[in-house]
Design a protein around this ligand. Structure first.
Ligand code: ATP
Ligand code: MG
Length: 222
């Protein structure tokens, strides 16, 4: 059975799809059979990204398929090592479905209170619906250059009872260009940006690995 990773937020434009592609690409480069389940069928941005990627001949291939429902995506999971759910905004029901199905749930968020507060409220709501708090991790996205702001955002997430993963993705033209060319953020031509993206991806990979091995030992113990 595939490892299942959800990338969710209620807000639009925080960087869900961008982060989903980064994570999927890094696993694919490590030889995993990976698929992004594009659950935002009204926009289908990851599906479009995949077409740009194919046209530009970027390797490794990253499979992307649009699905109208999590249950449909789960049907193809057995043929992959990793399924990444690219969630749709403004859908509590859909987000909860992704969170319930996933081994790890990644919540990208910006740094302003306008971003952080709804992100934390979403996490609270998921936990209120029975999602384990251990499944949840925040990733700071589209950040600025002031380290104090980043430190404060991490503290905000921590005070709310959640973990913010290592690294953060700055808002950069180079990332937009990479995305426009069907590339993941770790495939940008700018080496410093590449390294920052790789660090974030590694943070997610480490979190997912820890989650899956916890679940495995829980199963064995049970
Ligand atoms: N770190 C970044 N630097 C520059 N541009 C970024 C960055 N992250 C995301 N973007 C751009 O911001 C826009 C929104 O990002 P993305 O599509 O990943 O967000 P989303 O949460 O999936 O949005 P939606 O809720 O509409 O699905 C895109 O145009 C994307 O290319
Ligand atoms: Mg999206």
């Amino acid at each position: 059975m595939a490892t299942l990773v959800g990338v969710v937020s209620q807000k639009g434009g925080v960087g869900k799809s961008t982060l989903a592609r980064l994570v999927a690409r890094e696993y694919a480069a490590a030889g995993w059979r990976v698929k992004i389940a594009d659950l935002d069928i009204s926009q289908g941005t990851s599906t479009d990204w995949k077409q740009r990627r194919e046209r530009a001949g970027v390797k490794p291939e990253v499979a992307v398929e649009p699905f109208g429902a999590v249950a449909q995506a789960l049907k193809v999971a057995p043929t992959y090592d990793l399924l990444v759910f690219d969630g749709q905004p403004h859908s509590m029901a859909g987000t909860l479905e992704i969170a319930n199905a996933s081994d790890a749930v990644i919540l990208p968020t910006g740094l302003s209170l306008d971003d952080l507060k709804p992100s934390v409220l979403l996490a609270h709501e998921l936990v209120g619906h029975g999602v384990s708090v251990d499944k949840l991790a925040f990733v700071l996205c589209r950040v600025g250059d002031r380290s104090a702001e980043i430190v404060e955002a991490r503290a905000y997430v921590g005070r709310a009872g959640y973990k913010a993963l290592e690294g953060e993705l700055p808002e950069r033209t180079g990332y937009r260009r990479a995305s426009d060319q069907g590339r993941a953020l770790s495939e940008t031509v700018h080496s410093s940006l590449r390294e920052r993206a790789e660090r974030v991806a590694q943070g997610v990979i480490d979190f997912v690995s820890a989650r899956v091995s916890d679940a495995d030992s829980g199963r064995k113990a049970g």
